[in-house]
Design a protein around this ligand. Structure first.
Ligand SMILES: N[C@@H](CCC(=O)N[C@@H](CS)C(=O)NCC(=O)O)C(=O)O
Length: 316
């Protein structure tokens, strides 16, 4: 087994990419059962604009209107072997946490952290400077169910009780075949593993193309966490996965239903203002030097069609 550049992920003897998915399981809840109660201003969400897992938390925070109660630390797009860093901030230090590297907040944990390493998203307790959780899936679910008191009045219900089973089913398959499927293509260690990952990815994208041809959203007739979880992979597809991860049967722009679906969410729900294509490209092409040894970041593709609608503030 060899370890890839992504922390805690391995290429097995057969060449398959296997993602380590052990997280810090602590939760931030209404009753503070794990020692961390929901509290405005207390926590800081550490993200990278490049990372699709972090993007899901950024979108959920924005849709629910939690920006004022849960602040955000944005790391630079290219991390070193050790950690994401706050190199975009003045002096290279996050202004609230006062640290240059996200690792500093992970290292504050007395019991350490899982071998999957220093990942984003991570929620940091500003009182102690310590990472509370890095479980992206639980973070978004808790934003929906635990932060209710602080959500904006017209916040959409992204995880309706009656649709949860279907959301889980669709999202799980999207995760294994698409969200993680692109990584399984990109980090495959053998031709066979790559071929199999590629076939699985495009089989699922074809299924989605068909599925969305008769409905606007993935589950039910409303925006849900299923859409929030798929979309960050779609928006990165042509800029990163098509080239860098060799997912090149078709571009997103060549899958008409998915392309329309992606642009609908970009505009209708203003997902577009959370996207930074420069960070996305810089991260993938310049961080994974094992699969792109020159670190050269491509100039393309053109991102016309993805414009932020006039009058909307970018990067909220
Ligand atoms: N590991 C999580 C998602 C978080 C994650 O992998 N984030 C990446 C960025 S997209 C990261 O922080 N990588 C840091 C590293 O591998 O060193 C998962 O498997 O669902």
């Amino acid at each position: 087994m060899t370890q890839s550049k992504e922390h805690g992920s391995y290429v097995s003897g057969g060449g398959d990419y296997e993602r380590k998915t052990r997280y810090i399981p602590t939760r931030i809840t209404k009753d503070g059962g794990d020692g961390y109660a929901v509290e405005p201003g207390r926590y800081r969400l550490a993200v990278s604009r490049a990372c699709p897992w972090a993007h899901r938390t950024i979108l959920t925070r924005k849709l629910l209107g939690l920006e004022d109660v849960l602040s955000m630390a944005v790391a630079g797009p290219v991390h070193d072997a050790d950690s994401w860093t706050f190199d975009l901030d003045p002096g290279g230090v996050d202004p609230v946490l006062g640290i240059p590297r996200l690792k500093d907040a992970y290292d504050k944990r007395p019991d350490g952290y899982p071998e999957s390493g220093i990942t984003v998203p991570a929620v940091v307790d500003t009182a102690t400077g310590m990472v509370v959780t890095n479980d992206f899936e639980q973070i978004v679910k808790d934003m929906v169910t635990q932060w209710t008191e602080f959500q904006r009045e017209d916040a959409p219900d992204l995880w309706p009780t009656e649709l949860r089973d279907e959301i889980e089913e669709v999202s799980h398959r999207n995760y294994t075949e698409v969200n993680n499927g692109v990584y399984r293509c990109g980090f495959a260690g053998s031709q066979e593993a790559y071929d199999a990952a590629y076939d699985r990815l495009f089989a699922r994208l074809d299924w989605l193309e068909e599925h969305l041809s008769t409905r606007r959203y993935l589950v039910g007739e409303r925006l849900t966490l299923a859409d929030v979880r798929l979309w960050p992979t779609l928006v990165r597809f042509d800029a990163a996965y098509h080239g860098h991860f060799k997912c090149n049967r078709s571009k997103l722009t060549e899958m008409p239903v998915l392309w329309a679906y992606a642009r609908d969410l970009w505009q209708t729900w203003d997902f577009g203002s959370t996207v930074n294509f420069e960070h996305i490209k810089a991260h993938y092409y310049a961080t994974h030097l094992d699969i792109n040894p020159t670190g050269i970041v491509p100039k393309g593709p053109e991102t016309s069609g993805w414009e932020v609608p006039a009058g909307r503030e970018a990067l909220s």
